[in-house]
Design a protein around this ligand. Sequence first.
Ligand SMILES: [Zn+2]
Length: 124
Amino acid sequence: MSFTISADDPRSIRALEIAAEADHWLQWRTADEQSAFGVPSQSDPNHYYVVTAASCDCPDFRRNALEASPAQPRAAEPRACKHMLAVRLYCELVRAERMMRPRSITRPPSTASDPSAISHRPLS
Ligand SMILES: [Zn+2]
């Protein structure tokens, strides 16, 4: 999945702004093991949209989804809204971080190079 961040596309700039606030998102797993996020609305911080990489319940996306589906149900995917772009961006960042340090979490504790681990002395 790729992103185009462009000053000509206000949506991508908004997506960056939203992704920068990812610390404040809610996150959970949907029934089909997708990541779903509660992303605060930019116009009303007390309102959270339910967003996944493929859907959003904001008015913008619902309008696009309605427009896209009737004529060409397969050809035209509904245009992603800024929340979905932000979620995709965030998921990519998380994945990139995991790929950059895959061993820092799973590495077993190393004792060989630790001097304090050699605590026993010869018997004589
Ligand atoms: Zn949205």
